[in-house]
Ligand binder design. Sequence first.
Ligand code: PEP
Ligand code: MG
Length: 756
Amino acid sequence: MAQGSIGGPRVLLRRLREIMAEPRDTQTRLNEVVRAIAANMVAEVCSLYLPRPGNILELFATEGLNPQAVHQTHLNIGEGLVGLIAETAEYIALPDAQSHPKFAYRPETGEEIYKSLMGVPMLRGGRVIGVLVVQNRTMRQYEEEEIETMQTVAMVLAEVVASGVLSDAKASAPGLPLSGPRTHRAHGTGLAEGIVLGKAVLHDPRVDMSQIIAMDPEAERQRLDEALAALQNSVDEMLSGEGIARAGEHREVLEAYQMFARDRGWTTRLHEAVASGLTAAAAAERVQMENRARMQRVSDPYLRERLLDLDDLANRLLRHLTGQMHVPSADQLPDKAVIIARSMGPAELLDYDRGKLAGIVLEEGSHTAHVVIVARALEIPMVGGASDVLDWVEANDTILVDGDSGAVYIHPPEDVVAAYEERIAIRARKQAQFDALVGKPAVTKDAVRIYLNINSGLVVDLPHLADTGADGIGLFRTELQFLISSAFPRFEAQRAVYARVLDTAGARPVLFRTLDVGADKKLPYLRQRGEENPALGWRGTRLAMERPSLLRYQLRALLAAGAGRELNLMFPMISEVSEFLQARELVELELVRITRLGRQPPIKLRIGAMLEVPSLVWQLDRLLPVVDFISVGSNDLLQFFFAYDRSNPKLAGRYDQLSLAALRLLRQIVRECDTHGVPAGVCGELASRPIEAMALIGLGFRNLSMSPMSIGPVKLMLMHLHVGAVTELLDEALVSSRDDVRGRLLEFAGRHEIPI
Ligand code: PEP
Ligand code: MG
């Protein structure tokens, strides 16, 4: 007998809305909900299972099973058919459920008389937050439409549960998912340091409760069609845009988007969801959640990438449908806004108002994500890899983000807030101590002037120059502008950035490093073959020499920005002197062009090399006569020196950078540079930590470039330092065979009360 649902899903959704609107306690509401579903689905049984702490599902309400079993029957995830649905996030429809190998009989429920079973997961944010089941005495074959109806109802219930509408009575027992504001602690990875207590802002568009059930289904179908057409157009437009005229990975990504936007399977699922009574926006969200649930279970990286693309597209569709086309403006943002997103590109972060932006939490995201570069530049605490945070957080929730440890608290308890407030206050006190040094020159106790510069790479971090009182920019990583763009920055865009940097720096020197891409810095629009060892591969100046037009284009922009001023350029990842000479030749060619066109050249041009490859140390006698300066990129230099991957967290701290070998290498460099009268600085992370900076000064370096946050601590250290004393210590340590230089330096600092 074909039973079908009575009056279709819309009647049921209307009834659910009525139940939610009536003043009832939670249990009564849930009882009415399951009763209405059973009646509508022509089922003898309807049961609702919700999770309890410890991966357990509990029967929360039932129509048809023994009422005594409510809150008594529990199943583990993966146990029984209900547990299986929770585990797989997929529906089950069986005419003869008891013959399924997973069927788990629970005598207290009295369910032995029911033959058929259909159950669907309640999904939110790609996670199962409950299971909804109907059962019949007969061996009923559930129709596709009926399954669709149940999925729609399950989505609505999932939203209801998450919205807290059901919060009172029984539900307020501790740990129940139905309770009101609850503390949740998510674990992630600290990606940008700092601590903030702020208010959550959801980056991805989300459909609000009042928009779930369609009032006019035909109008919703039309809205969906219009939004799909608009989405397809925008993707087609992106593909035909001149910015990506060149073939490349970026184009492939967009083509995949185009394919999905036209994908029949996707659009059919969207239409079916609208036909079941949802608004177009809710339909898009439901299909997106099913997709996310699939994504959780896919381990194949290629397939995951494709599902991620589809998720992005679903977000775009949702933006069309909910009208949330843009990120909130400054007046729409709360103070201390903490942005929560699944993933995010760097440009998207820059869309938020700087004055209000105070923290970022991503479900995905790792150290190499480009958005991390921007977060660090803005000095905004950031946590990535907080995998389930979106399931717990609502807009405007109080949220505490610890970018140092990776902890995130939603509705943090008072004792946690108090502990963090103390840490925030200590940081503020230290900061005040560093701020007091801003106007003072970096001079040691024995009157040696040390030049402290900042590493920079984006227009947004230029204010650090003034904030820190640095002497200049010792490393401007030009590739950052390229990394955060979706297409190659044009000449004018490049020139404008460089000019802005020079304007801001004024009389302070800036060392521009030419494009250093490859290895972990991949441009989405630059086709690069997969490499087994990207750190040793097609990167830095090697890549630039193979694509000389790219480098010339950049040099042209740099020289244009430096017209009539002093300009310092340096080339990264030089392994042989000939590579430096070839790169410098390109500068000569550009200078010839400037003269031919009658344009103004820089009044002074200095060209240097970064020392990042150990082989160059044994070519210094040939290199130094042809360079104006040397900048030691200690991150790469020591990576290659010790043969350890600098981005592999397992190796972090494995080799002491203050070991005899490293210090002897650095000493050799600084001595040879001194002999040739060529200025040498250090611009890797080594210079950013006070103890290491102290060693570098002891070795003879007088020019250090570091992350802006390190200027204060390093300056405080050197203002307490006698260079003569530390030099003596190192002179002695480097000829000894004992390899405990760090220990000796620490002891020295302690003895002389040098803050490190
Ligand atoms: C370095 O290698 O030390 C350096 C400063 O360059 P980057 O960290 O950008 O590779
Ligand atoms: Mg480097």
